[in-house]
Ligand binder design. Structure first.
Ligand code: OAD
Length: 291
């Protein structure tokens, strides 16, 4: 199924507040969970300084909408504009650091028998925080390939040195066939990597708790993931300061910043009688997440 943005979100009422403590039944669900899926979007990286896709673009790109630049047509029409935008974003990501939400997710994984991180993000902040086996539905900024023959492009080591306001930049040419090199991300209208999508759907159908963090839930097919989990019997927690299209699929909506709420969730899980943790020993090592 090709990548597509929904025209409109349907919002449900709010049933949580950042300033409230974590609901006791959520704490219990977290403690008991054996299979957790964390499904993230741009909001989880916002506190690292990476703009979300709903933020206005700045500098050279202020006249554009992110969704207009993330298409094959945009690249064909103006490769220098699009390549410049991706190199600028690659620089931003490499200059920044994972935040407390990324770190809490990586830590939570150590306490749960089966834990899968599924992300729509093309940054590597989950991995740099310590998460492993992350399923990247929309590819990665750190990969690129020839638009004609598909040969992988190897980036020079180091952080791209782009001006703050961005610039147009000619894409490199393929060492094999001379074709234009394009970013290794999924653009609107393109298919997601089949194996990654299948892995994410399977994990969602098998989990008992799904955490949807910092995503607007507007872009398909990824946005189906929380509903798949709910339909298979899992409970769904959302962490987002704003209402989203996912509200109806959520058992709990925690309104607030991921960097604040995820450490609180981790602290709740850490109150397990059996829970971790000295010298890296944790509940997951003992084969269960909680009482
Ligand atoms: P969006 O930019 O659509 O949504 C970001 C969400 O993060 C919004 O719902 C914000 O309210 C929320 N948010 C902002 N700050 C937050 C914070 N500190 N903590 C928690 N949440 C916060 O990003 P995605 O849902 O990831 O695709 O968008 C999905 C896809 O659409 C992206 O992967 C991208 C985009 O176009 C491609 O580029 C292929």
């Amino acid at each position: 199924m090709p990548l597509a943005a929904a025209g409109m979100a349907s919002f449900s009422g709010m049933n949580g507040n950042a300033s409230e403590s974590i609901p006791p039944d959520l704490i219990l669900a977290l403690r008991r969970a054996q299979r957790i899926v964390v499904f993230t979007g741009a909001g989880v990286s916002a506190e690292s300084g990476i703009p979300t896709f709903r933020d206005a673009l700045t500098g050279l790109w202020e006249r554009f909408d992110a969704q207009d630049l993330a298409t094959p047509e945009a690249f064909v029409h103006d490769p220098e504009l699009v390549w410049g935008w991706y190199e600028w974003r690659r620089m931003l990501v490499q200059r920044t650091q994972p935040n407390s939400a990324h770190r809490a997710i990586a830590e939570l994984a150590r306490r749960v028998p089966q834990f899968t991180v599924v992300t729509q993000n093309v940054d590597d902040l989950h991995e740099r925080a310590g998460s492993t086996g992350v399923l990247h539905l929309h590819g990665s900024l750190q990969t690129a390939r020839c638009i004609a023959c598909g040969t992988a492009h190897v980036f020079a080591v180091g952080i791209p040195d782009e001006p703050e306001g961005g610039r147009r930049l000619r894409p490199p040419l393929c060492a094999r066939c001379g074709g234009l090199i394009r970013p290794g991300v999924v653009w609107f209208g393109e298919s997601l990597p089949e194996d990654v999508l299948a892995g994410a759907f399977a994990a969602a159908r098998a989990c008992d708790l799904l955490l949807a963090i910092g995503t607007s839930g507007l872009v398909q097919p990824a946005a189906r993931i929380p509903a798949l989990a709910r339909q298979a019997g899992a409970r769904v927690v959302q962490v987002n300061p704003a209402p989203t299209a996912l509200d109806d699929d959520c058992t709990w909506s925690l309104r607030g910043a991921a960097g604040v709420i995820l450490p609180q969730l981790l602290a709740s899980a850490s109150m397990l009688p059996n829970a971790p943790v000295r010298g890296g020993q944790c509940a997951a090592d003992q084969g269960r997440a909680g009482p």
